[in-house]
Design a protein around this ligand. Structure first.
Ligand code: MLT
Length: 265
C-alpha cells in the first residue's frame, strides 16, 4: 500500500487488528524484513511496517535522512492512517535509533517500546570514520559494495548454515533501496544524538530483544540499555546475530506475544 506524505509517497504494510505496533526496519533494509512478524502476529496486534524514505517501494527524497526525519515520517504515516490509539514502536538497529527519536519527539503517542539489535549510544569516533568510508564506497562502487560487505555479517554462523538462501534474499532486499537513502542513512546515523540520557526518563514498558551472536551491535549495548531503562525486559535469542526476527522468528515472535499481552482488551 502507498500513502502520500508531505515530502514523498510512502509504501507500507498494514495487517491485523488490536494494539497498533509500528515496525521500523534497519539499515539498509525495508519492511520486507518483517515478513515473519506480519504473517504470525496479526492475530494479536495491528502491525504497520513502513518502507522508510528512499527504501523499498517508498519514494526517494532530496532531503535529510536523520533519525528525526524518519521518526517524523512515521508519525505522519500514523496520522494519515487515522491511528488514534497510542502505539508500540518496535525498531531494529537503525529502526531502534528511530524508535528512540520517535519517543523523544512524541512521548505522548507511545505506549510501549521494543528495541531490538540496537543501542542508545551515539557513534564513536571510529564508527563515524567508518560511516564516511561507507558513504565513499557506495558513491564509487554502488550499493552492491555495501551489500557484499554487510549481508553475511547480519546473520549468525548457524543461520548461514541452516538457511543459506537467506543471505541471497537479504542481498536482494538490500539492493531495493536508493543510493541516496543508503548514503543518507549513513550520514543520519553518524550525526545521531546520544540517547543514553533519555533511557532513565522512559515511562512506558520496554522490551529489549537481542541476538546472542550479534557483532554489529554487541550484546553489551542491550545489557547497558536494560540497566538504565526502568523495568525493561531483555530477551536473548540464541543462534541469532543482527536479525533475530528473521533468524529465529519463532522465539522472536514468542517474546513479542508475551510483551503484547499487557495490551490485551
Ligand atoms: C542497522 O542494522 O540498522 C545498522 O547496521 C546500524 C548501524 O550501522 O549502526
Amino acid at each position: 500500500m502507498k500513502i502520500q506524505l508531505t515530502e514523498f509517497c510512502m509504501a507500507y504494510q498494514d495487517q491485523g487488528s488490536g494494539i497498533p505496533v509500528l515496525l521500523i526496519h534497519g539499515y539498509p533494509l525495508n519492511s520486507a524484513m518483517w515478513e515473519p512478524q506480519l504473517t504470525d502476529l496479526a492475530d494479536c496486534a495491528r502491525l504497520i511496517a513502513p518502507d522508510l524514505r528512499g527504501h523499498g517501494n517508498s519514494e526517494d527524497v532530496d532531503g535529510a535522512y536523520t533519525m528525526e526525519a524518519h521518526a517524523q515520517d512515521c508519525n505522519e504515516l500514523l496520522e494519515k492512517l487515522g491511528v488514534q490509539r497510542k502505539v508500540i514502536i518496535c525498531g531494529l538497529s537503525m529502526g531502534g535509533y528511530i524508535a528512540l527519536a520517535f519517543y523523544r519527539l512524541f512521548p505522548d503517542k507511545v505506549t510501549g517500546l521494543v528495541l531490538t539489535s540496537t543501542r542508545a549510544a551515539a557513534d564513536s569516533f571510529e564508527a563515524k570514520a567508518n560511516r564516511d568510508e561507507s558513504i565513499k564506497l557506495a558513491q564509487e562502487q554502488g550499493i552492491q559494495a555495501i551489500v557484499k560487505g554487510m549481508a553475511p555479517r547480519l546473520l549468525s554462523a548457524s543461520t548461514r548454515a541452516s538457511k543459506p538462501q537467506l543471505v541471497n534474499q537479504l542481498g536482494e532486499l538490500m539492493m531495493h533501496n536508493s543510493l541516496r537513502a543508503v548514503q543518507g542513512d549513513l550520514l543520519g546515523m553518524k550525526v545521531r544524538i546520544n540517547s543514553i540520557p533519555l533511557l532513565p526518563e522512559i515511562r512506558v514498558p520496554v522490551q529489549i530483544i537481542h541476538g546472542a551472536d550479534d557483532d554489529i551491535v554487541p550484546l553489551d549495548e542491550a545489557v547497558r540499555m536494560q540497566a538504565l531503562i526502568p523495568g525493561a525486559g531483555l530477551c536473548l535469542i540464541h543462534h541469532a546475530a543482527h536479525l533475530p526476527n528473521l533468524e529465529q522468528p519463532k522465539y522472536f515472535n514468542k517474546c513479542m506475544r508475551e510483551f503484547l499481552k499487557q495490551w490485551k482488551p
